[in-house]
Design a binder for this molecule. Structure first.
Ligand SMILES: O=C(O)CCC(=O)C(=O)O
Ligand SMILES: [Fe+2]
Length: 172
């Protein structure tokens, strides 16, 4: 759908072939307090795409919107949250952004979720397609290999919610 909306369907096979999918189950221990407690600190995923499914009734995922406000994400049962990752945002020359998010916990119940993380495969050069670059839209990011970046940065960088280190790494 995203590729279609930019007229970039021809890259579909290349992107699919260059993706590794990792499935991860996550458990967030109950904080036993009514005070909001950090489950996962604020971050952006370095993925191409992330699919999240919350397995029990315990909410906690929050997304930072463009106004700098935290929004609770309360998915209906059996639905998925689909998030654009940093690698795809960069490939799209910044046309779409990936959302900063975090998990906040409170109460006396554990939270369970499962995530499918689609990563650019080792050695694959993530490169803005020429169709997204013109006089009005200069190339914002240099080609990069995510594997090389991750040699020096944690797979899930946790930092202030304003600057992505992957974007800083490959900014022109
Ligand atoms: O458990 C969740 O809902 C979010 C997990 C997450 O953001 C991550 O693992 O990167
Ligand atoms: Fe995440």
């Amino acid at each position: 759908m995203i590729l279609e909306s930019f007229g970039l369907e021809k890259y579909m096979d290349e992107l699919l072939d260059s993706t590794n999918n990792h499935l991860r189950a996550m458990k967030y221990g109950r904080p036993n307090t009514s005070e909001p407690t950090l489950g996962i600190p604020v971050h952006c995923d370095y993925t191409t795409m992330t699919l999240l499914c919350q397995l029990n009734e315990v909410q906690g995922l929050e997304i930072l919107n463009k106004n700098g406000e935290w929004m609770n994400i309360n998915p209906s049962p059996n639905s998925f949250v689909v998030m654009l990752g940093e690698s795809f945002s960069i490939w799209l020359n910044g046309r779409l952004s990936s959302a900063y998010h975090r998990v906040m916990m409170k109460g006396n119940e554990d939270r369970y979720s499962i995530g499918l993380f689609a990563w650019p495969r080792g050695g694959y050069l993530v490169k803005v397609p020429k169709e997204l670059v013109d006089d009005k839209n200069p190339m914002l990011f240099k080609p990069f290999v995510l594997e090389e970046f991750l040699k020096f940065h944690s797979p899930q960088i946790v930092q202030g919610a304003t600057k992505s280190s992957l974007k800083a790494y490959c900014s022109v």
